[in-house]
Design a protein around this ligand. Structure first.
Ligand code: BG6
Ligand code: MG
Length: 212
């Protein structure tokens, strides 16, 4: 086996939360009178909540104090979490679940490396609350992707060397973070359009051939 563990990004890899992020940011932007669309939303992939807010505010005419920014981020998050309550195990695809099970059956350790502070809530919603061996997320990092911190912490929690881990990502910032961590990476979705990753997956189950 080429790797001893696989570290998965959550949003856009294990499940799709893009639309809920979009709706929650859009509601905040509308209230502020700032322009916001799907294209701007795509730039928020893999980016922390506060850094995302800064991108949303690029189209805002006024200025917000630090306190107002924190309140705006909380307003967005409250709405986002309300929307996340709509998620259920039906939002976990059979292909993703079967591939995870097959990787585990090969003896690989499975971890999460996500910028989201809502990671555990989302995993609970989709029925994977206690599935992963270790979780590194927005609650245990100080620097967001493309900084490698979230993946280095995941490897440390799993008890593995970076070179023995494969990262699975949908964001270019996440692939850059994997490279900075000294880890191989497999790109899905948006990130698969760039040639930065070690592997570009056509479908999630292709992961099984990357680890052999
Ligand atoms: C990442 C998402 O997984 O988490 C980003 O791709 C999001 O879009 C980031 O901004 C932080 O998420 P949260 O749930 O902590 O606001
Ligand atoms: Mg992602």
């Amino acid at each position: 086996m080429k790797y001893q563990g696989v570290i998965f990004d959550l949003d856009g890899v294990i499940c799709s939360t893009d639309h809920y992020h979009y709706l929650a940011w859009k509601a905040l932007a509308d209230r502020l009178g700032a322009y916001f669309d799907e294209e701007i939303n795509n730039r928020l992939r893999g980016v922390s909540r506060m850094a995302s807010l800064e991108i949303v505010l690029e189209r805002y005419d006024g200025t917000l104090t630090q306190e107002e920014k924190e309140a705006a981020a909380e307003e967005k998050n409250d709405r986002y979490r309300e929307l996340l309550k709509n998620m259920s195990p039906a939002d976990l695809s059979a292909e993703v679940k079967e591939t995870l099970d097959a990787l585990r059956a090969k003896g690989l350790l499975l971890g999460i490396g996500s910028s989201s502070k809502n990671t555990r809530f989302i995993l609970g919603q989709i029925g994977l609350g206690d599935y992963f061996d270790k979780i590194s997320d927005g609650t245990n990092i100080t620097r967001s992707k493309p900084d490698p911190e979230v993946f280095l912490k995941a490897a440390e929690y799993l008890g593995l060397e970076p070179k023995d881990c494969l990262v699975v990502e949908d964001a270019v910032a996440g692939i850059q973070a994997a490279i900075a961590a000294g880890m191989d990476s497999a790109a899905v979705g948006d990130a698969a359009k760039s040639d930065l990753a070690t592997y570009r997956l056509h479908s999630f189950r292709d992961l099984l051939t990357c680890v052999e």
